[in-house]
Design a protein around this ligand. Sequence first.
Ligand SMILES: *[C@@H]1O[C@H](CO)[C@@H](O)[C@H](O)[C@H]1NC(C)=O
Length: 416
Amino acid sequence: MLPLVLELGAIIQMDTVVWKLKLLKAGAAHANSQLNAVQAEVLFLASGNENLPPSGEVDRLFKTMKNCKVRYFRNRGDRLLMEDGFNLLAVIKGANMYRRGRQRESVKDFLPPTISEFNRTFGEDFKLFHQLLSPVMLSTMKNGKIVRGLAGVPDKGPVLFVGYHQLLAMELSSLVEGFLREKKTIVRTAAHPVFFAGNYETLRQELSLFDPFSMYAAAPVSPINMYKLFERNEFVLLYPGGVREALHRKGEGYRLFWPDQAEFVRMAARFGATVVPFGCVGEDDFLEIILDYNDEKNIPYLRDGIKSFNEDFTGIRDTVKGEDGNQVLHLPAFLPKVPGRLYFLFGKPIEMNGMENVLTDRKNANQVYLQIKSEVESAVSYLKRKRNEDPYRSITRRAFYQATWGPSAQVPTFEP
Ligand SMILES: *[C@@H]1O[C@H](CO)[C@@H](O)[C@H](O)[C@H]1NC(C)=O
């Protein structure tokens, strides 16, 4: 600043400059001493290129202020808001901070993604991932015929999808994209509360790993949120097996860990929702688990980390006792394989409208629940069997096909 100050000195009195600098210093000291009293939600946007705010400053603010999040844009300059392609609303939505009232309400305060957000997520951020997975989506028509695409899935909500949760939830983004692309419908995932908690907030991240979940309509899983979603005729995605399925152990692929009680059937019946059971396969064609929870809990350092991370998330699934209900969050270690392909089969829709007997009779509800569960299992075994007939299951054949027909051509699959 010195050259500037000297120049200024020719215009204004040096005394004035000194006085102003002192004032600034005192003001800054006062503001700093009050920062930890700020109750409001704060979102800091920091940029990397011009180092603004100065490095270290964001860290200090993050530690001082009670209720703040930081999104760090490594490759952007100091005029962040004016830069091309920077979308402030997308950042706010991703950070779970968009709200209309005093409190954020995850069902009501959701704003659907815009086309440019969709393009950014699925045309850039997730593009490679999706090319790798090359998802095949099949659905079942009313007459039982299986077709490629989502024609068998109802167009009107409320719809409840229930299905198998693959390792690391690898199917989730493909499912959300598929419905947006083909049906222009947003599927609202009933997700583990970890995605909305502060625990994963760490310093200096661009979009947090979990921001896309919030942008693409996840809401914390709870009976009250399910109620609100059905009331609004939404398309809701529920994984009864939850984290226990998505973070399963070695040798447990495609096994359902569903609770004994029919948790969702009665609510679906009350709202006359249509239940669509679905299966998906592919995880064993992409990943091999090297360290699972059973291994990790025997490693003291990892065990302590897992324990402390999970302290805030007890009681999510306390209806299932023992190891089968164990919803502990941890990260299994895995090795990638030569990529195969991801397949979905949406089963025949089950209309719950008029199923009053399910509401009054627990036995009936349980029967419907078991039927849904067995349809998920048969969808999984259908796909496991049929994918052997897919000439394009392996990435090498697909790459060859796309080299011939262009990257946007739909790669064929087995005859359903
Ligand atoms: C989104 O992507 C499509 C296809 O690439 C393009 O035609 C469209 O103009 C894009 N829309 C926006 C708003 O970016």
